[in-house]
Design a protein around this ligand. Structure first.
Ligand SMILES: Nc1ncnc2c1ncn2[C@@H]1O[C@H](COP(=O)(O)OP(=O)(O)OP(=O)(O)O)[C@@H](O)[C@H]1O
Ligand SMILES: [Mg+2]
Length: 201
C-alpha cells in the first residue's frame, strides 16, 4: 500500500490515534516526530524540532506518518513527504482554532497536488457536526470531508493497547466498541480508496 501522512499543526486533534488505527488496520510501519505513546507494532521517531524528514525515513510504501509541528515546520515536512506519500489525512477538532489550522494545511497540500481528506474528529452533537461541515465545505469546496464522533474506544485503546484491539473480536459485551471500530475501518477504506492509496503495490 502507498504511504500516507496524518497531520495537523494544532495539537490534540487525533493525529496519533488515527495514525495508530490506520497502522493497525493496514499493517503499516509508523514514522512519528513525537512520541505518540501508543502501542504501534513498528515505529520510528525523529526529532520534533527537525524541519526535514530524515532521508532514511522517506518510504513510499506501507508507512503512516504521524506528524505534529507548528505550521511553518509542518509545511516543510509535508513538502518532503509529498514526493513519497499518496494522501494527507487531516483530523480536526471542532473549535475555531483547529478549523483554521486545518484549512490552512489543506490549502497548502493542494498547492503540492497532494490529495487531502479532512476528518472532523471527536465531535459530540449532530448540530456541532453540521455547523463545522458547512464551514469546511464553504472553505474547502474540493476536499473530501469525513467525520468521527467522540468514542470511548480511544480511552480503551490507550489503557489496554493493541493486545486488547486484537482480542476485541473474542470478548463479550464490547459490541458497540467493535461496531465503532468497523465504522472507522470503513471510513479509512473510503478515504484511501478513491486515490488508490490502499491498493497493493
Ligand atoms: N474521536 C475521539 N473520541 C474520543 N477521544 C478522542 C477522539 N479523538 C481524539 N481523542 C482523544 O484526544 C486526545 C488527543 O488525541 P491524539 O493524541 O491522537 O491527538 P494528537 O493530534 O496526536 O495530539 P498531540 O498534539 O498530542 O500529538 C487523546 O486523549 C485521545 O484519546
Ligand atoms: Mg500526536
Amino acid at each position: 500500500m502507498k504511504s500516507i501522512v496524518v497531520a495537523n499543526s494544532k495539537g490534540g486533534c487525533g493525529v496519533s490515534f488515527l495514525s495508530f488505527l490506520l497502522a493497525d488496520h493496514y499493517n503499516l510501519h509508523c514514522v512519528s516526530n513525537s512520541d505518540p505513546k501508543l502501542d504501534f507494532r513498528s515505529l520510528d521517531i525523529f526529532s520534533g524540532s527537525a524541519s526535514r524528514v530524515p532521508k532514511k525515513m522517506l518510504r513510499a510504501y506501507d508507512t503512516v506518518y504521524d506528524l505534529r509541528a507548528p505550521q511553518d515546520k509542518l509545511a516543510l515536512l509535508i513538502k518532503d513527504l509529498s514526493a513519497v506519500v499518496a494522501h494527507l489525512i487531516i483530523p480536526t477538532a471542532t473549535d475555531a482554532v483547529s478549523l483554521c489550522h486545518t484549512v490552512e494545511l489543506a490549502r497548502f497540500a493542494q498547492t503540492l497536488n497532494l490529495p487531502v481528506s479532512v476528518v472532523i474528529n471527536n465531535y459530540r452533537t449532530e448540530k456541532n457536526l453540521s455547523m463545522v461541515l458547512a464551514d469546511l465545505r464553504a472553505q474547502l469546496p474540493h476536499t473530501k470531508i469525513y467525520s468521527l464522533r467522540y468514542t470511548t474506544l480511544f480511552g480503551r485503546l490507550s489503557y489496554d493497547g493493541r493486545e486488547w484491539l486484537e482480542k476485541v473480536h473474542h470478548t463479550k459485551g464490547e459490541g458497540r466498541l467493535l461496531n465503532t471500530l468497523h465504522q472507522i475501518h470503513e471510513m479509512f477504506d473510503q478515504v484511501l480508496g478513491f486515490t488508490g492509496g490502499c491498493q497493493n503495490a
